[in-house]
Design a protein around this ligand. Sequence first.
Ligand SMILES: [Fe+2]
Length: 284
Amino acid sequence: MIKKHPPYPNLGYGLGLRSEYYDTILEKSPEVDWFEVITENYMVDGGKPLHYLDKIRERYPVVMHGVSLSIGSTDSINLEYLKNLKQLADRIQPVWISDHLCWTIHNGHNAHDLLPLPYNKATINHLAERIDQVQNYLGRQILMENVSSYVTYTDSEMSEWEFYSNIVEKADCLMLLDINNIYVSAINHNFDPHEYLDNVPSNRVQQIHLAGHTNYGNFIIDTHDQPIVDSVWELYQYSLQRLGSVTTMIERDDNFPPFHELMAELEQARKIGNEWQDKKTCTV
Ligand SMILES: [Fe+2]
């Protein structure tokens, strides 16, 4: 069990830090409240990425978002990875650290994909134990994000939101709720995304991701290379009715638009969030 820290602050409205925008950010100092960095891109000894990160960190709060913790694996937690993660955190002092509720590595081989887990009690116990190990090592609460999925397991015994909620309560960690991922999985697996949002523990939701996807008609791929669709904006608005305003980030990872287009999406999120400032309707 980690020592309880004061709750993390609401950071406002942020963007993913991507190399395509390094120079724009440094030249224009845009009105972005904070940036999220992909942890693994900066686990290096030097060079251009760290140079830019150090400069941007001087001006903005930063959070670290990882893709290789592989918290759901049956391989042991990679202690070398944890050591490098902590070293980077010591360097850039992120407000918080997050990763995904998934597995990516088996027998030492990295699939480089965020693969879903069977939703059952054995998996909850397995993950809670491993999250506890990571939190103890880092000396802080971490955030776990729901992933998009395209397959389900016959071993699942509960809904995704029950699974996710049970893990964060048992592990005493926080939620990074990706509204687009909920929408993608809801279409792919035919569940109601509102029911998901109605049932997550609101006091655990520390951050929200918004992103675009590619719709192929009868299924959706979580590509992060398109603008956010209206249905996801509506779900964002719906979620804030219950949660109040939450630290929110626009997640764009490919087909990068001019920076002002991302700023327009960020302002749209800010406008919706401001409507729900201090209007939380549920504390559980
Ligand atoms: Fe996300």
